[in-house]
Design a protein around this ligand. Structure first.
Ligand code: MLT
Length: 398
């Protein structure tokens, strides 16, 4: 095949071109932390060194067989070849309703209180578009999953109010400090700290939402099924005035399927569906049906065996990493949830991060989750057991 003429400009001409594209001010943000870490891991791999990547919560375990099969089978369903609906398939929404009642004892209306999302991340970001006008205040925990402060605030021209989370308060915010915000993001079981929300906190949070009907409380429960001691509770058990996000990603080790759901207050759900109609056409049906298979596998609040297995593996790996870190004298936050280990290294965590990188170990710097994460480090145990063992011996003398 002749390739002459395929390339319109040579590299010299490209270099001489004047930059004409200027991204909008909304993109005037430092690199998204996980994209940046992925680039670092790729560069390290390219250098030929062994890489132990504990920087992203991307589970290595295999999804339940019946979840994979549900997605595979759905590809032969002619409905899968058509546009999905922005709010999600009706039968899948009914399965969400059944699961929610069995798991949390809360009844939902499949038409008014459920919207299937393209993972929790999409829902978290799009909710901000439904409620934030330029200059409106958005309360964002510090430290927190970066989506709240970025897509959920800066990218919709909101004004960020940081809610400090301290280890001595179990990484729970002081609810009394929250005044007239338009949007409040909270997340328990918590990423990055692994903190859980006790019932008395949820009671107070429910009261706050009830007393402030103009405020939208977004409760991110992406890690709801990853608790080792006792099950996490939904904020909808405490107030109807909230919108809660769930995800198949961490529940079934399927981050690549990009499917989750938002449930709760009908007005907020209607607004989310409205935005999604303008922007996307919903999650692909095969992955919605994978989500349905997972939810249908619960018997009331009892999860299928696969989830018990994931908990056992992640909890065992956490213990190994925690043991190694404590031996080194680091202060590890005591948590019984998520597949993250959150530990304090110093006033500034970056020298530790660099020393670990030299040994091929990639951790997440705490400051990537906000200024309150400075000095802290997150390790994600979503890598195979042999990698955990290699990390334990690599970090011994850090
Ligand atoms: C994380 O590592 O915090 C998450 O996996 C990132 C995400 O869920 O987008």
């Amino acid at each position: 095949m002749c390739l002459v003429g395929v390339f319109r400009y040579n590299s010299q001409q490209i270099k001489q071109m004047k930059p004409s594209f200027k991204p909008s001010d909304r993109l005037n943000l430092p690199a998204y932390p996980f994209a940046d870490l992925e680039r670092k891991a790729t560069a390290l791999k390219a250098s030929g060194k062994p890489v132990y990547n504990l920087s992203i919560g991307d589970p290595d375990l295999t999804p339940p067989r019946f979840v994979i099969e549900a997605a595979q089978k759905a590809l032969d369903d002619p409905r899968s070849h058509l546009y999905p609906s922005s709010r999600g398939d009706y039968d899948v929404r009914c399965s969400v309703v059944k699961w929610f009642e069995g798991r949390f004892g809360v009844k939902l209306d499949p038409d008014k209180q459920v919207c299937i999302t393209i993972g929790a991340k999409e829902g978290l970001a799009n909710i901000a578009r439904t409620v934030v006008n330029p200059g409106d205040t958005v309360a964002v925990p510090d430290p927190a999953y970066p989506v709240y402060g970025r897509a959920g605030c800066q990218m919709v021209d909101g004004k960020q109010v940081l809610l400090k989370l301290y280890p001595e308060h179990g990484f729970l915010p002081d609810l009394k400090s929250i005044e007239s915000v338009k949007l409040l993001y909270l997340n328990y079981p918590n990423n990055p700290t692994g903190a859980e929300a006790p019932d008395d906190f949820l009671v107070e949070l429910g009261k706050l939402a009830d007393a402030n009907p103009a405020m939208t409380l977004v409760y991110d429960m992406a890690y709801s099924e990853m608790c080792f001691d006792h099950p996490a509770r939904s904020i909808l058990e405490f107030t109807p005035n909230a919108i809660e996000l769930h995800s198949l990603s961490k529940m079934a080790c399927t981050t690549g399927y990009r499917v989750g759901f938002a449930v709760g207050n009908p007005d907020r759900i209607a607004a989310l569906i409205r935005i999604k109609e303008e922007i996307d056409s919903g999650a692909p049906l095969p992955f919605q049906l994978a989500l349905q298979a997972m939810l249908n596998a619960y018997r009331g609040d009892v999860p299928p065996q696969d989830i018990l297995y994931y908990r056992e593996v992640f909890s065992r790996r956490r213990k190994l990493i925690i043991e190694a870190l404590e031996k080194m004298g680091f202060d590890v936050f005591n948590s019984q949830a998520t597949f993250y280990v959150w530990f304090k290294v110093d006033d500034d965590e970056m020298p530790f991060i660099s020393r670990a990188l030299e040994k091929g170990v990639l951790f997440t710097p705490g400051s990537g989750f906000g200024p309150g994460g400075r000095g802290w480090v997150r390790a994600s145990v979503t890598v195979p057991d042999d990698v955990i063992a290699a990390v334990v011996s690599a970090i011994e003398d850090l």
